[in-house]
Ligand binder design. Structure first.
Ligand code: FES
Ligand code: FES
Length: 163
């Protein structure tokens, strides 16, 4: 049996005392030990973005990070973002643009888009495509997703000429 290591992770503002194997990924801890299933397991090898979470505010693929690597860092999942007022305009824009079909990719897109909009408040469509490259939508809803993120930027940072 593999050795287990006691660690404390800070997830959505709360310290979590855990015991993990060295090979355990952050995604496994979130989904299987903390019951936070918003981050999805799709490819499980860093190729699709469905498992995206924020680590110290930066988007990361949770399937590609070991839990022991994020000790003492702040992990924020889509469940944590859902409690924030500045996440709501993004959710509203996703709904308004019907951005998604099966929805499996959406938590990852939403977390990455939230981080993008904090860095680039009103990105254009090409900036969004560039910044969210690596996020795969198997339903091919890309144009609606891009339109929703652009709309969310306008909702969060309105300017006088906006309709
Ligand atoms: S499940 Fe992590 S990148 Fe695909
Ligand atoms: S909406 Fe189905 S994977 Fe994106």
């Amino acid at each position: 049996m593999a050795q287990r290591i006691p660690i404390t992770l800070h997830v959505n503002g709360h310290p979590q005392a855990l015991s993990v194997e060295p090979r355990t990924t952050l995604l496994e801890v979130l989904r299987e030990q903390l019951d936070l299933t918003g981050a999805k397991r799709a490819c499980d090898r860093g190729e699709c973005g469905a498992c995206t979470v924020l680590v110290d505010g930066q988007p990361m693929f949770a399937c590609h990070v070991l839990a022991v690597q994020v000790r003492e860092r702040e992990v924020t999942t889509v469940e944590g973002l859902a409690r924030r007022a500045d996440f709501q305009p993004l959710l509203e824009a996703f709904v308004a643009h019907d951005a998604g079909q099966c929805g499996y990719c959406l938590p990852g897109f939403a977390v990455a888009a939230y981080a993008l909009l904090r860095r680039l408040p009103r990105p254009d469509a090409w900036q969004i495509r560039w910044e969210l490259v690596g996020h795969i939508c198997r339903c091919n809803a890309y144009e609606k997703l891009v339109a929703a993120v652009q709309d969310a930027g306008r909702r969060l940072h309105p300017e006088p000429e906006d309709p």
